[in-house]
Design a protein around this ligand. Structure first.
Ligand SMILES: C[S@@+](CC[C@H](N)C(=O)[O-])C[C@H]1O[C@@H](n2cnc3c(N)ncnc32)[C@H](O)[C@@H]1O
Length: 260
């Protein structure tokens, strides 16, 4: 399945991963930068019978694993890049229960309220979109109590510390014609992510940082991991009204809670 694309601008992902062709047979799910250490699929919980979306699924390697090995009822692999979307479809379109959607993740999620049990991102859309737009869209698309799991850089790849406010940096990339260009990446500190999640209707269930010192000359890279759940009753705006029963009423002059 392919939805209408609402992506715009030159494709910054045309050259990414273009040289590594072919399906990947993953032995397990990884969240860390080098895809070799740290927690695995247990962060997603039991997916049997669940509807799951990967936000920024790229070539679909992880989404195919989630569909085949973790037995999700349906996995929606969303990616805004034309090149990445095509790679995913070419490689894994025949996997039962796996659908590829070519769209901006926030736009797709807003159009599909209460449709998902679990959403996840592995250095995906949450790294490359404004979280102030994407997180509320994830909250809309998840059913009450639904789960969001994501991994993101704990620091810039140069080793520079993450941002202490929600702001992106321009990082180098290649334009479709091969010339150098830039794109925005959100590399945020743990406390910034924690505040954003709270602000947009999530309770953090688990947070972790996975440090990989690098092998054979690789740069050390730390990955931030979050598992969060939509707050029950979050989503549609509502007013709470609470009348204290007479038997509990405070003495005259006391405070009387009527709203929360
Ligand atoms: C670094 S790749 C990661 C792909 C995959 N998760 C993996 O680990 O191989 C990031 C992907 O996120 C996609 N992406 C970035 N912003 C997006 C957005 N707003 N909506 C959908 N996809 C997005 C890009 O097109 C790219 O394919």
């Amino acid at each position: 399945m392919t939805s209408t694309s609402r992506t715009s601008g030159p494709d910054r992902w045309q050259h990414y991963g273009a040289s590594s062709r072919g399906r990947r047979s993953l032995s397990r799910l990884h969240w860390d930068w080098y895809q070799r250490i740290g927690p695995g699929a247990e962060l997603l919980g039991d997916l049997a019978g669940r509807t799951v979306a990967e936000l920024g699924a790229g070539a679909g390697h992880q989404a195919a694993y989630v569909a085949t090995e973790l037995k999700a009822a349906r996995v929606i692999a969303i990616d805004s890049s034309t090149a990445q979307h095509s790679r995913g479809r070419d490689l894994y379109e025949d996997v039962p229960g796996l659908d590829f959607v070519h769209d901006d993740a926030a736009a797709y999620l807003r159009d599909h309220p209460s449709s998902l049990d679990v959403a996840y991102s592995i250095f995906g859309a949450l790294d490359f979109s404004d979280p102030q737009t994407l997180l509320p869209s994830v909250a809309v698309a998840l059913r009450s109590g639904g789960t969001l799991v994501f991994s993101t850089l704990a620091h810039y790849r140069t080793g520079a510390p993450p941002e202490t406010e929600c702001r992106p940096a321009d990082i180098p990339t290649r334009r479709p014609d091969g010339r150098p260009g830039t794109m925005q990446r959100w590399v945020l500190g743990v406390s910034v992510w924690t505040e954003l999640l709270d602000e947009h209707g999530f309770d953090v269930m688990h947070g972790d940082t996975v440090h990989d010192p690098g092998r054979d000359g690789e740069a050390p890279v730390a990955t931030t991991l979050f598992r969060a759940r939509t707050k029950r009753g979050s989503g549609a705006p509502h007013l709470l009204s609470y009348e204290v029963p007479d038997s509990e009423a405070r003495p005259a002059g006391g405070n009387r809670p009527t709203a929360g």
